[in-house]
Each structure stands twice: as structure tokens, then as C-alpha cells.
Design a binder for this molecule. Structure first.
Ligand code: ADP
Ligand code: MG
Length: 700
């Protein structure tokens, strides 16, 4: 790091990174640890003691008194259980942190969701250090804690977290790529998946938030009539960031930089009070951990500015929701395999990867869709602001033409006429992000990476990324297998492949494309015609969480995860159960919260308005004025009808909550909302018990 960068950012000051490693560990130990980190090798147990000692000294020098194994349980958030370094030995206080403390922890796992994996008599869970994600320090107002990123598993060894399947999926993809790369004559190297996760969020003044039980309990507004001004003018997107928000963003970035998180871009988003933070991309596992810290930091720093950061996918009806675009790519030996390259050999590799991703996404669109399912995202996917629930791939017109030519090429007769020969023809320059249509696509190729736009703003990236790696690992593996069978690899060096290799590759890619090109769609994903066209093409469309999650119950999908060593059938089943349960709990909480707000806050307000109107009407009658009476009478009738409807809606929702069918709860919650939102305009603003959209969205 340059001195200038250090001064300006304090970048990585709270991370046990290269600099701290070389200061606090011996040369030999530092070298072994760095090899572990870079090559993803298991940690040499003989150095654990010294590493622990060094990390503790470093952490204490930076003000830490406690340590915790930091992990990603299946709740979708992060978990910590702090222990102090302080121990009493022979009556004397000492500071202690052993190699064992570093490598494993044994938190009681019984209160974490396990989807049936862990029975209560085997309550123990283990956390195991993941050295590929460096230790860091988390600060609070009067202290600091050393956090050790870990994987979390049950006593039986089954994974109870979101990190383990991700690490396993990276290994699976590495194995498949090694097989393919050997055929391409590349030297054996290390696979590095990369992720740049763009994070969208809303900010709201804490005073409004406090008066909104729906926001407090569910993270989204269950009621609220549209504001006269919403996002129609599109004047918020990339607009000037208000000072209070800019100060908040600055603070967030400083915190993130200290944690070694390269926060890079900040701007207003489309909806009012909506913003985005994008870090520079990083190695996938680290980027997933970092995104969890980004969400934490956004929430914490907002408090300092008297605001709340809303990470829910749909905090407000009628304006855009928030997503988390996962920009994903894969590099081998440091070269991005999704970079089209500049010569026929690099192009061949690129086209192979491109076809592998197309094949993977088409074959397993259902699991990819399931990986982003959740109660919050149901409001977003398919609501004409975010990509539809149908998974398709955008490649852009230029690449679409290339794929077309690739499909035509291959034989002697295909020469010319727009056909393309792998190993002979060079790709035209592929523009990055040439059109805007990719914004409507759930899975868009954007020059040298894919951007998976379906994940919701609150999702833990590990889930969708583990699925993506696994399905691509399978496609790469299949293509490599066919190349092996064709017996054409020989001892090819880069750029020296035989025509036989190229024509075998072309045949393989052609048949893959024929089968899977239906998933490629370069048009506008928001148009209704696309939904019809997608149905004709036979692409799956799971509009809500329960239907999307069925993919996890499919034995073929279970076999896939098992074959690539990412999840056992039981691990997958446990995730299915947890996600379904999470969905139904959230729906019930929303239903109960809506019922309570309607009964305890809205109904009394309407009643009071009714009473006041009735009194005014009576008073007007007694003074025998002729004007005003019809207006008051009309209002009184509307308020009375509204109260009746409100009462009926509340009763129905209550019945639905007792019966427990989530579909019915969802629709009754929505009917209640319609009634409440229409009453909002009949009741005086000074009496309305909930802060209004126009306040929350524009005054923060
Ligand atoms: P936008 O989608 O807003 O046009 P950018 O093109 O700037 O944004 O990139 C969005 C994100 O993609 C950033 O986080 C960036 O670091 C990341 N990104 C760029 N190249 C790669 C790559 N090879 N692998 C993964 N992410 C990448
Ligand atoms: Mg983007």
C-alpha cells in the first residue's frame, strides 16, 4: 500500500493481513500461513500456536479484549459468541489465546436452525477456522473484538452454515477446471472465483421508523398509501446525495476500508431514499464474508446519523425494491476465463466457458431460482423493477451473433457464410455493457463477468454463489469428459491445438448450444410477451418461495450436489426445511403485525375521525347551515363503510392466522392493506397513526 493510500484510508488496519502477519509472526510461520491462505491449503497444525499468539498480540495492540469465532449460520445473518482473552490462572489474571482456541470453537448449536440435522442430544456444534478469510477486528463504542471467520458444522460433521457449501463448491469448480485446462494444454494452476456484490439499501429517519411497528418487526411497511411523488420523475437516480446521507456514506466507507473492504462506488438509486454501495470485486469467499460486514456496517453507522438502514427487498410498495447484484467470474492461474481474449486460442477457451455457463444455467435454472427465494424477494422478482422470476441469460447482440455463427460453423461446407470456426476465427471485440436491456435480465453477461441480478438485498451471497459454482462445475466437467472421449487433447500447448481438437470442441459446444440456447434472451425481460415466450420455451417460472424451493426436493438436484461434494442429500434437505420454515414464519409475523396495527392503531383513528365527523354533522344541523352538510355526510358514510370493511378484514386475517395457510395469510394481509391505504386519505393527517410514505421517503 502506498503511504498516500494509507493516510487517506487506513485500509486494512483492522485486518490480520500481510502486513500484520509479517510483523507479528516469524518469517517461517508467516510463509506457511500465507501459503495456506493463497493456495487454500489446510493449516499446518504445528504453527497454530504461534499464529494464535501473534494474532492475539496484534488484536490487543488494536484494543481488542475478546475474541469470537465469526460464522454464517443458516439464519442468513452472522453469529458470534465472545470469549475474553482474560483467564485466571493460579489466582493470577493472564491473557490467553491458544492454537486450539484459534482453530476450533464449540458453540452450543442447539438454538441455530439445523433443519433436522442436529438432534438436541447432540447439541454441540463446531466452528473451524477458515484461514482463507483473514481475522479482523470489530469495534463497538467502547471496545473491540477479534473475529475469526469460521465454518460451522454439527457434531456429525454435517455443515450447519452457509460458508461450508461455498468452500466445497469452489473446490468442485477447481477440480472440473483443472480437468478442462489440462485438455487445453494449460499448466496446472489455482482457480479463483471472484465476486463484486453491489448492495442496494434504503435509509429512513429513525423517528419515523420507531413509529412504524411494521418496519420495526418486519423490515417493511405493511401499509402506506402512495406518495403523490414517488419515483416518477426519476430525479433521484445518480442525483446529488444529500449531505446527511453523504456523511453517513463517508463514515461507512472509512469503517469498511479499515476492515480491508474495498468500497468503491456510492450513489443514489432509482427509488427515493434508496442508495447503492459497490465494492471492488474480490476472491469469492472473502467477498461473501465482506458483504455480510457491509450489511452490518450500513446498519450500525446509520444509527449514528439518526437513521435506520433498511435492507429488506421491498420496504415500500409502489417504488423499487432492493437487490444485490452478484458480479461473478472465474479466473484460472490469474486469467479471467470470462474475458473473451484476443486470439483464437483464448477465444476458444472463452467460448467454452460461456457455453458451460449457458448449459449450467439452463439445466439448473430451478436451483438457481431457489437459491434467491425468500419472503422479501417474492415482492421483487417479477414485479417489473427487478428481473422476472424466470431465469434467462442476456449475452448481448454481438455475442448472440457469435453463438449463432459458432452453431453454424464446424464443417468444410460451413466455411464463410457467417459461420465461425473455433481455433481459426477471432471474435469481434465484445463491447462491455453495450445496451441497457441487460438491466432487465436476471443473469447478464457484462463484458468479462456475469451479473446475477436476482439475489435480494438481504441475501447472504454464499447461497446463490455455491449453486452457481456447482452447476458450472458440472457443465465444465461434462465438456471436459467429452473432449477426453474424443481423444483429441494430445499434448497440446496453448495456441498449438490440432484441428481435430478444435473441431471436436466445436461439435461439443454446438450440441450444447442447440440444447440450451433457449435460456438466452436478449430482449426486455419486463415485457409481458417475454413471460409467454418463456413459457413456450419451457423455461421454469416459480413465482413464489414455496414453489421455488421445490427444486431442493428434487432427487436429481440432490444427486448433483452430492456428486460434486457440495452438500449431502441430508444437508440439502435441511436447507429446504429451514428456508420453508423461515418463509412461513415471516409471513405469519407480517400477518400478525398487520392485524395488530390495523386493530390497535388504525381502527381507533378511523373511529375517532368518524366520531368527530358525526359531531360536526350534528353541530352543523343544530346551527341550521346548509353548506358543508353533504360533504360531512359523504365522509361519514365512507368512514363508516371503511370501518366495517376494516373490521371484516381484520377478522378474516385473524382466521387465516389461526388456520395457518401461508397463501391465505398473504392474500388477507394484502386485502387489509387495500382497505387501510384507502382510509389513509379519509382521516386527517394529524390523526393518522403511522408516518406517511411522503415523509419517510423524502425526509431522511
Ligand atoms: P454496473 O453493474 O453498475 O455497471 P460495474 O461494471 O462498475 O457496475 O461493476 C459492478 C461490479 O462488478 C463491481 O463490484 C466490480 O468490481 C465488479 N467486477 C468487475 N469485474 C469483475 C470480475 N472479473 N469478477 C467479479 N466482479 C467483477
Ligand atoms: Mg450492476
Amino acid at each position: 500500500m502506498t503511504e498516500e493510500a494509507r493516510k487517506a484510508t487506513d485500509f486494512g488496519a483492522d485486518v490480520f493481513g500481510d502486513e500484520a502477519v509479517s510483523t507479528y509472526l516469524s518469517k517461517d510461520t508467516a510463509r506457511k500461513l500465507q501459503a495456506t491462505i493463497r493456495e487454500g491449503k489446510p493449516l499446518d497444525p504445528s504453527i497454530a500456536g504461534e499464529v494464535a499468539h501473534g494474532i492475539r498480540h496484534w488484536a490487543m495492540d488494536r484494543g481488542a479484549t475478546h475474541y469470537t469465532h465469526w460464522f454464517l449460520p443458516m439464519t442468513g445473518s452472522t453469529a458470534e459468541k465472545h470469549d475474553s482473552f482474560l483467564e485466571i490462572k493460579d489466582g493470577e489474571p493472564i491473557m490467553q489465546f491458544s492454537g486450539k482456541n484459534l482453530i476450533v470453537g464449540e458453540p452450543d448449536a442447539s438454538s441455530f436452525p439445523s433443519g433436522g440435522i442436529r438432534s438436541t442430544f447432540e447439541a454441540r456444534g463446531y466452528t473451524a477456522w477458515d484461514p482463507t478469510s483473514p481475522a479482523f477486528i470489530k469495534r463497538h463504542s467502547n471496545g473491540a473484538t477479534l473475529c475469526i471467520p469460521t465454518a460451522f458444522c454439527a457434531y456429525t460433521g454435517e455443515s450447519l452454515d452457509k460458508k461450508t457449501p461455498l468452500l466445497r463448491s469452489m473446490q468442485a469448480l477447481d477440480k472440473s477446471l483443472k480437468r478442462l485446462m489440462k485438455l487445453f494444454g494449460r499448466e496446472e494452476a489455482h482457480t479463483a472465483c471472484t465476486l463484486g456484490a453491489e448492495q442496494e439499501y434504503f435509509l429512513v429517519d429513525r423517528e419515523y421508523w420507531k413509529r412504524r411497528p411494521d418496519l420495526v418487526l418486519t423490515g417493511r411497511t405493511l401499509f402506506g398509501a402512495a406518495s403523490a411523488k414517488g419515483q416518477q420523475l426519476e430525479d433521484h437516480y445518480f442525483g446529488t446525495v444529500p449531505d446527511r446521507v453523504l456523511s453517513f456514506m463517508n463514515d461507512v466507507e472509512r469503517e469498511l476500508w479499515k476492515l480491508g473492504i474495498p468500497a468503491k462506488t456510492r450513489h443514489n438509486e432509482v427509488a427515493p431514499a434508496q442508495f447503492e454501495l459497490a465494492p471492488q470485486f474480490e476472491e469469492l469467499n472473502l467477498a461473501c464474508d465482506h458483504n455480510m460486514l457491509v450489511m452490518d456496517t450500513l446498519r450500525n453507522v446509520a444509527e449514528k446519523y439518526g437513521m435506520k438502514c433498511l435492507l429488506h427487498e421491498k420496504p415500500y410498495a409502489g417504488v423499487n425494491g432492493s437487490g444485490k447484484h452478484n458480479n461473478w467470474s472465474v479466473a484460472y492461474g490469474g486469467r479471467n476465463l470470462l474475458d473473451p481474449g484476443s486470439n483464437p486460442d483464448e477465444n476458444a477457451l472463452f467460448l467454452t466457458m460461456l457455453c458451460a455457463v449457458i448449459e449450467a444455467v439452463d439445466k439448473h435454472a430451478d436451483i438457481l431460482r431457489a437459491s434467491v427465494a425468500g419472503a422479501g424477494n417474492d415482492h421483487r422478482l417479477g414485479a417489473n423493477e427487478a428481473p422476472p422470476a424466470v431465469i434467462s441469460i442476456y449475452v448481448g447482440d454481438q455475442l448472440a451473433e457469435v453463438l449463432d455463427r459458432l452453431e453454424k460453423g464446424g464443417g468444410a461446407k460451413s466455411k464463410g457464410g457467417g459461420a465461425m470456426q473455433i481455433g481459426v476465427d477471432t471474435l469481434p471485440a465484445i463491447p462491455k455493457d453495450a445496451t441497457d436491456r441487460n438491466r432487465t435480465s436476471p443473469f447478464a453477461f457484462t463484458g468479462n463477468k456475469f451479473e446475477f441480478r436476482a439475489p435480494g438485498s438481504s441475501v447472504c451471497c454464499s447461497g446463490p454463489m455455491a449453486v452457481l459454482n456447482t452447476i458450472v462445475a458440472e457443465a465444465v466437467d461434462r465438456i471436459a469428459g467429452e473432449l477426453e472421449e474424443a481423444g483429441v487433447a494430445g499434448r497440446a500447448k496453448p495456441g498449438e491445438h490440432t484441428p481435430a481438437f478444435h473441431s471436436a470442441l466445436q461439435k461439443i459446444l454446438q450440441s450444447s448450444l442447440k440444447e440450451h440456447k433457449r435460456v438466452v434472451f436478449n430482449g426486455n425481460g419486463y415485457e409481458a410477451e417475454w413471460m409467454e415466450e418463456a413459457a413456450r420455451r419451457g423455461l421454469p417460472n416459480a413465482p413464489d418461495t414455496p414453489s421455488a424451493l421445490e427444486a431442493f426436493a428434487n432427487p436429481e438436484n440432490a444427486a448433483l450436489f452430492e456428486r460434486y461434494g457440495v452438500m449431502t442429500a441430508r444437508e440439502l434437505q435441511s436447507r429446504h426445511e429451514i428456508l420453508l420454515e423461515d418463509y412461513s414464519k415471516k409471513i405469519r409475523i407480517e400477518g400478525a403485525c398487520a392485524r395488530d396495527i390495523a386493530a390497535e392503531l388504525v381502527f381507533p383513528a378511523v373511529k375517532a375521525e368518524f366520531l368527530e365527523t358525526a359531531q360536526a354533522l350534528a353541530a352543523a344541523g343544530s346551527v341550521e347551515v346548509s353548506s358543508g352538510i353533504s360533504a360531512l355526510r359523504a365522509d361519514l358514510v365512507l368512514l363508516g363503510k371503511g370501518m366495517d370493511a376494516l373490521k371484516e378484514n381484520i377478522d378474516h386475517l385473524n382466521d387465516a392466522l389461526s388456520a395457518g395457510d401461508t397463501d391465505v395469510i398473504v392474500s388477507e394481509t394484502l386485502s387489509l392493506r387495500t382497505t387501510v391505504d384507502s382510509l389513509e386519505r379519509l382521516v386527517s393527517a394529524s390523526r393518522w397513526p403511522l408516518p406517511k410514505y411522503r415523509d419517510m421517503l423524502f425526509l431522511y
